[in-house]
Each structure stands twice: as structure tokens, then as C-alpha cells.
Design a binder for this molecule. Structure first.
Ligand code: ZN
Length: 278
């Protein structure tokens, strides 16, 4: 086994950014002190707010706690599509609903469809369970008037079909957007918000880069999805919210705008869609 690679160095600060999607607990922060350390490190390079996202019921409890420990943290609550079967367990739907209704929860996510892991892992929810859970979360987002944060892996057409079938909420965010230009155009036309992670910086990501070029400023977010998907040239090292400026600068360059303009546009979007003031 190789040695664990060291984390990326602190980037040059880019003030006024929001990490639109991360997982603080998966980054190792499970106490108020550890959360503050990660948020302080992010703040030191200009990342002023972090949205930490739940994938299962245990994490849903954690993200609400974390958002209570530090006012710079907001929460998103849902079952990840691969954990969609948890919805069938006693009391889970009721508890998720009450956590999602908490003012610290600013989005219903991450939910959606994941066809990638089917047949690769034996703990993954079936397609039927994923469709049912996605529909339940769509309905929850509409009832609570909160944005829907989508995880889509290898399921472009089916995600769009479910949004049509169940009826999309007012605000739909595609977290870690992974489609090509035609999928991006389809999402843009529907008024959806596209959030780009470090994957857009990868050398072989030409289709994704083409997609990122055509998204209007008003429909763009930037995220880490930490601890995964560390931006180039630090791919394979641990990601954390302080790495947002790497992806933001890459995106700005790709789109022919200044990093400062990209930071202010994406932060304005984050404030609008998540309903946060700072
Ligand atoms: Zn995620």
C-alpha cells in the first residue's frame, strides 16, 4: 500500500466564495472543534460559507448539528440514491422530514439516481427503490419550498424523466454536474442550476468543460464534493472546502471571465438558491 498523499497547499485567496456541496463528516470533522478548523481554513482563502450534505439518516442528523455549531455552515438533508432503501425503514421518512424542515437545512439533497454502482456493490438500492426515493424527496422539496439537490450518475435521461413525471420543484441544482454540452443545454433551458466540482479541471474532461462554458452566470455554482474529486493538479489527494478557489479560477479562465466576477456571480446564486444572507 502506498503512502497517503499530502493535502494540496492553500490556494491564493479568492474572496467571496461558497462551497455549494461538501461532506464535512467524510472529511473527518465530527466535532464542533474539527468543523471549525475546516471552516476556518476555508475562510482563510475566501470560502465564506459551506453547505454540508447528508447521504443517509445518520449523516442527516450530523449536518443539522454541524450547521448549529458554526453559523458559516448550512445543511442539506436527504438519502443518497445508493441508500434509497433506507426510506423503507421504520421512522426514517418521518425523521428525515423533520430534519429537512429545520431552518438550518437549506436544500433537499443529495437525492437522484445512480446507475453506476448497480451490479458493482451489493449494498446499493435497486432502480425501483431509487425512483421511489427520488420521487419522495422531490415531493418533500416542494412541500417545504426548499431547493432540490440532485446526484446524477450515468442517469441523465432518467433523472430528467423523473423530474417531469413527479414535477420539478422551483429550484433544482445538479450537484457535481457530469453531463455533456447537450445535457447542460437541456438543464439550462429548464432553468436548473449547475454546480461544478473539481472534475471540470481534469485533463480528460473536455465534454464537461464544453458544458461549463455554456451555462449562464445566473445558473452556475462551484463546489468541492470533498473529500472526493480534488481539482487538478492535486487529483488523488484529500479534498477540502479550502480547495474551492482552484476550481473557481479554472472555471473563470474556461469561461473567459475574471475569478472575482466568477466568485461574485456564484456566491450571489448560492445566496439566492439556498436563501442564505452571507
Ligand atoms: Zn456529495
Amino acid at each position: 500500500m502506498g503512502k497517503r498523499k499530502p493535502p494540496p497547499p492553500l490556494p491564493e485567496p479568492l474572496p467571496g466564495l461558497v462551497d455549494a456541496h461538501t461532506h464535512l463528516d467524510s472529511c473527518g470533522a465530527r466535532t464542533p472543534e474539527a468543523v471549525r478548523e475546516i471552516v476556518d481554513r476555508a475562510a482563510s482563502v475566501g470560502v465564506a460559507r459551506i453547505v454540508t450534505v447528508a447521504c443517509d439518516i445518520g449523516e442527516a442528523r450530523f449536518v443539522i448539528d454541524a450547521a448549529g455549531w458554526d453559523t458559516r455552515v448550512s445543511a442539506a438533508v436527504a438519502l443518497h440514491p445508493t441508500s434509497a432503501h433506507e426510506l423503507e425503514a421504520d421512522g426514517v421518512a418521518e425523521e428525515l422530514e423533520s430534519l429537512a424542515a429545520d431552518p438550518r437545512c437549506v436544500a433537499i439533497g443529495e437525492t437522484g439516481l445512480d446507475w453506476y454502482w448497480l451490479g458493482k456493490r451489493d449494498d446499493v438500492a435497486t432502480p425501483e427503490q431509487q425512483h421511489t426515493s427520488f420521487g419522495w424527496h422531490i415531493d418533500l422539496a416542494k412541500r417545504l419550498g426548499k431547493p432540490l439537490m440532485i446526484h446524477n450518475r450515468d442517469a441523465d435521461a432518467d433523472v430528467l424523466a423523473d423530474l417531469d413525471r413527479f414535477g420539478a420543484p422551483e429550484v433544482v441544482i445538479f450537484h457535481c454536474f457530469s453531463g455533456d454540452a447537450s445535457m447542460a443545454r437541456e438543464c439550462v433551458d429548464r432553468g436548473y442550476v449547475l454546480s461544478f466540482s473539481g472534475t471540470v479541471t481534469f485533463n480528460n474532461a473536455t465534454d464537461l468543460q464544453e458544458a461549463a462554458r455554456l451555462v449562464p452566470d445566473e445558473q452556475l455554482l462551484v463546489e468541492t464534493d470533498a473529500p472526493f474529486l480534488t481539482p487538478h493538479p492535486y487529483r488523488g489527494t484529500p479534498n477540502e472546502s479550502y480547495c474551492v478557489p482552484y476550481t473557481a479560477r479554472f472555471l473563470a479562465d474556461l469561461r473567459g471571465m475574471t475569478p472575482e466576477h466568477l466568485a461574485s456571480a456564484t456566491t450571489e446564486n448560492a445566496r439566492r438558491v439556498y436563501g442564505v444572507t452571507s
